[in-house]
Each structure stands twice: as C-alpha cells, then as structure tokens.
Design a protein around this ligand. Structure first.
Ligand SMILES: Nc1nc(=O)c(N)c(NC[C@H](O)[C@H](O)[C@H](O)COP(=O)(O)O)[nH]1
Ligand SMILES: [Zn+2]
Length: 196
C-alpha cells in the first residue's frame, strides 16, 4: 500500500538531484500544488511551482525557490507571493518537500517556515499543509523547530515515510562523510522508535 503522496515526494527528489552539492547545506526539492477538497485520488491536482536548493542565485533553499519562482512568474517581489497565490473555494494549497522546512538557518537568512507562514498573512488562506519525507537532520542547527512553528501558524504538516534513505543520500551528497551521515541519520530515526 504505497502512499498517494509518494509520487510527489519522488518528483521533489528528482528536483533535489539538480541541486549543486555543497558541504554547507542539504540538497532538497520542493513543489507547490492546488488540490481539490475531497479528491482522494488527487486527480484534479494542479502543480503551481517547483524549486530546488540553489536553483536561484545565492544561498537559496528549495522552498524559497519554489515560492520565488511563482512570485517571479506573477511579477511580484518574493514578499508579496501570498497576494498572487490562487484562492479558490473548495481547493487548498499544498507543498511537498523532501526535507522538513527549516525553522532556523546558520546563514541567518529568512527560514522557509517563515516564508510559508507569510503566505497566510492578510486575507488569503495561503499554504494549508506541508508534506515532507524526512525531518531535518541535526547537522547544522540541531533539533529543528520547523514543525512546531508550522503548527503554531495553523499550517498542517505530515511526514511521509518510505524514501528516507534516498532523500538523505541526495541531501548529503556534497558532505564530507555523506555515507556515514546517512547511516547516522537513519539510525537516529530507528533509535527514535517508529515515526508517525
Ligand atoms: N528544508 C530545507 N531546504 C533546503 O533547500 C535546505 N538547503 C535546507 N537546509 C537546512 C539547513 O539547516 C541549512 O542549510 C543550514 O542551516 C545552513 O543554512 P543556509 O542554508 O546556509 O542558510 N533545508
Ligand atoms: Zn529552508
């Protein structure tokens, strides 16, 4: 019984493979779609945008590029992407990303959770739910606060299991001891008991 979310996470993984390997971040892929309520087979999904780590100039994250690409297509600055995201009765905006959106970044740049929650400012509903394939490993910022921050902002999130090894292998590709890091991250998951 494969989850209906897996094809989307696989698409995000393919996006992540376009990301230039770096020791200082993770290679991640993200996509944004509009989903009809009560559409169990996701037959009426509409992909709105995609992004991957460092797709756009500078030290950019996948979710950041996904939102920035959408803003650019609609000719608004990144900060106003919430104003141009579709607001359609009976449909919700959903983001898929291979790794939990960051709540803090070593660089100090605006974390992706903040970029996601800002889509809900003002009247529009913005992004309703985020699905991701792995929690952020503790490599750079320790235990991630991303999920708690999403919950606090009223945004649902869900970890979709099944692709952890593949996602981590791609994410760590630019790191010194990538294989060791993947093993440690996977053990951490197992040590942490079954994930929800
Ligand atoms: N969800 C997610 N998408 C990404 O595209 C990406 N690169 C990360 N990575 C999270 C990691 O915590 C940060 O990459 C480090 O904290 C370094 O921070 P910078 O990236 O230099 O701002 N996380
Ligand atoms: Zn981020």
């Amino acid at each position: 019984n494969t989850s209906p979310h897996l094809p989307y996470l696989k698409q995000c993984l393919t996006l992540a493979e376009h990301s230039p390997p770096r020791p200082t971040n993770f290679r991640v892929g993200a996509l944004l779609l509009s989903r009809k309520d009560d559409d169990p087979t996701f037959a009426d999904d509409r992909i709105l945008s995609t992004g991957y780590t460092m797709e756009l100039a500078g030290n950019t994250h996948a979710e950041q590029c996904c939102l920035s690409n959408y803003a650019a297509v609609h000719k608004v600055p990144d900060e106003q992407v919430g104003d141009v995201l579709p607001v359609e009765p009976g449909r919700k905006l959903v983001m898929y990303v291979t790794m939990e959106p960051c709540g803090k970044r070593l660089s100090g740049n605006a974390p992706c959770v903040q970029r996601i929650t800002r889509t809900r400012e003002g009247s529009q509903e913005g992004i309703h739910k985020v699905y991701f394939g792995v929690k952020e490993p503790g490599t750079f910022v320790g235990e991630s606060e991303g999920c708690q921050m999403l919950t606090k902002a009223g945004i649902e999130w869900e970890h979709v299991g099944g692709l952890e090894r593949e996602i981590l292998t791609v994410a760590f590709a630019g790191h010194e001891n990538a294989e060791e890091e993947v093993r440690a991250a996977l053990e951490g998951k197992e040590k942490g008991g079954s994930d929800g």
